[in-house]
Design a protein around this ligand. Structure first.
Ligand SMILES: C[S@@+](CC[C@H](N)C(=O)[O-])C[C@H]1O[C@@H](n2cnc3c(N)ncnc32)[C@H](O)[C@@H]1O
Length: 542
């Protein structure tokens, strides 16, 4: 058995104290709501053909809620739910028992230690929001991929680096102030600290609009985390590649599908990881990276069984419970809405469509085409995208480090907004991307960008909106030579440095922050908590 490293120990302690997510035990999931998590549906979307009638599913890092959701979606599967956190497993087990779910078994397991893993191969492996906790995600993912059945599907969620910048900046504030998950009073102290920021503060905006901020376990998971991370599109592409996985279906809103975005943004010829990395840079991904993968060595499935049209099992045939039967009856009698998990809006089913799905017969070509687009009729045999999945970009890590570094100058980019500058600066500092001039990029974005606006903020919260509102300033900035950088806040001084350090320390004390702030920490805290009004700051070298 492997000895956990310091990060693993801290993360294990965190999820033992704060099982996640914090959802009431009696919260119900409607039996037709998680239909997109049905193994047959995921196999179909990935081009793997029909899944086995009794698939083996492994939820690796299941938390407190997913076992119940997956058992509702897959009532005829054998599900193994594992997690590092035994308290999370206890809650998940109790929840399943309370809801009469019997097809899930539970076991503790460390994804960084294969000797603790469940035995055998799986038709579906779910690894949602877990990989970014691991010290060596490459190794864990490659080992997970080896546990996939030949046409099995692995669904993965990881955080996007740039779209999650504000959450990472809030984490930084918490760390500077000394807030952490080992103290039960810290989530509420941190919450009141963030809520004391001015109403136009982008970090307050991010905090209040994030669903996880509502309860303490969510606050710990998002902002007081013991060590998570984000992935750029390129890092994710490289990760999948090195694990021998092929991204077969991005569970993203239509706009964040690589082929759609590639065409709209005139990024033809770029790999999927580049297009998604670019969307993330511009904060237009609007969600986490969620991808369903198959093994790269799996032979294509081309037999008739995989192309024959059939109704989605959650809407066809025998209901799995009385509640399910009632829900299907209601749909077949009155029609109704079926929610999607891909930001696609609800699927609206008329009663006739629901009856067609129920009988599974009499689907004529038009019906089938219409319903197939919704995913409620299976038999796609997968239509693999023509876009290459990943192209290694040399110098990526150096670019990322430089994009996140402090700049020195009288008009230096405000460190609170470094991510906006990174996006705008990408074409200049990263020619390998082959991005057009900023003006042409903006023209391409014009019909599509939906900037995260906040009317009290003088410039936009997305690179697009910032460039639109501050065109002259941004152009002037981009035309200057890249500014010198500083390695830390020790090496810079702000204008009126001493009084800013004092304000930051007073702020931390007022919120009962346990940390004694060094000058560098106080300076950084000032930038994050009080520097929101200006896009450029004076950063003098020390
Ligand atoms: C953000 S939660 C996600 C939970 C669940 N997948 C969901 O989406 O609701 C991360 C989960 O990963 C688990 N975890 C963290 N490190 C792990 C490891 N090394 N091995 C197994 N599970 C781990 C945590 O205990 C926690 O339950």
């Amino acid at each position: 058995m492997r000895t956990p490293d310091a990060k693993a120990t801290a993360i294990s302690r965190q999820y033992a104290a704060w099982p996640y997510p914090q959802v009431p035990l009696l919260a119900n999931v409607d039996p037709t709501h998680p239909w997109q998590l049905h193994c047959d549906s995921l196999w179909d979307r990935c081009g793997s053909g029909p899944a086995p009638a009794r698939p083996r599913i492994w939820i690796a890092g299941c938390g407190t809620f997913q076992p119940y959701v997956f058992s509702i979606a897959n009532p005829r599967a054998d599900i193994v739910a594992t997690d590092l956190s035994e308290p999370s497993l206890r809650i998940a087990r109790r929840r399943c028992a309370l809801h009469g779910v019997r097809n899930v078994s539970f076991a503790p397991c460390d994804l960084q230690d294969e000797s603790t893993w469940p035995q055998g191969e799986f038709d579906l492996i779910e690894c949602y929001g877990v990989l970014m906790n691991l010290s060596d995600p490459e190794r864990a993912l490659a080992a997970l991929a080896r546990r996939l059945a030949p046409h099995g599907v692995l669904r993965l969620m990881v955080y996007p680096q740039f779209s999650r910048t504000r959450v990472f900046q809030l984490q930084r504030i918490a760390r500077l102030c000394g807030f952490h998950g080992d103290d039960a009073s810290h989530p509420s102290k941190f919450r009141s600290l963030v809520k004391s920021l001015t109403k136009d503060h982008p970090l307050r905006f991010a905090f209040t609009t994030y669903a996880d901020s509502k309860n303490d376990a969510g606050v710990v998971d998002a902002y007081l985390h013991a060590g998570d991370r984000g992935f750029t599109g390129w890092q994710l592409g490289a990760l999948l590649q090195s694990a021998g996985l092929r991204p077969a279906n991005w569970m993203h809103r239509p706009w964040a599908q690589p082929d759609v975005a590639q065409e709209r943004l005139a990024l033809m010829g770029r790999a999927q990881s580049t297009v998604l990395g670019y969307l993330d840079l511009w904060q237009e991904l609007r969600q986490n990276f969620v991808v369903c993968c198959t093994r790269r060595d799996a032979a294509p499935v081309v037999d008739d069984a995989s192309t024959a049209l059939r109704a989605h099992p959650s809407f066809h045939g025998r209901a799995s419970s009385l509640r399910h039967a009632l829900r299907l009856w209601r749909l077949r009698t009155f029609g109704g809405r079926v929610p999607t998990r891909t930001g696609d809006g609800d699927v609206v089913l008329c009663a006739r469509d629901a009856r067609l799905l129920a009988s599974g017969t009499g689907l004529d070509a038009d019906d089938a085409a219409l319903l197939r687009a919704t995913g409620l009729v299976l038999g796609t045999a997968g239509e693999p995208t023509a876009i290459s999945t990943h192209l290694e970009i040399e110098g990526h890590d150096a670019w990322l480090a430089s994009a996140q570094s402090l700049r020195i100058g009288r008009l230096a980019p405000n460190p609170l907004y470094l991510h906006l500058f990174a996006a705008l600066d990408a074409a200049r500092s990263w020619p390998q991307l082959g991005l057009p001039h900023l003006d042409d990029q903006l023209r391409a974005w014009l019909p599509w960008a939906t900037p995260l606006e906040h009317e009290r903020i003088r410039f936009g919260l997305t690179p697009y909106a910032t460039a639109q509102r501050r065109q002259a300033a941004m152009r002037d900035h981009l035309e200057r030579e890249p500014l010198p950088t500083a390695a830390s806040y020790d090496e810079v001084r702000l204008r009126d440095d001493a009084s800013k350090l004092q304000s930051a320390r007073a702020f931390a004390t007022a919120h009962d922050a346990p940390a004694q702030l060094t000058d560098a920490a106080a300076r950084e805290l000032w930038c994050l908590a009080f520097g929101q009004a200006d896009l450029f700051l004076t950063m003098l070298s020390a």
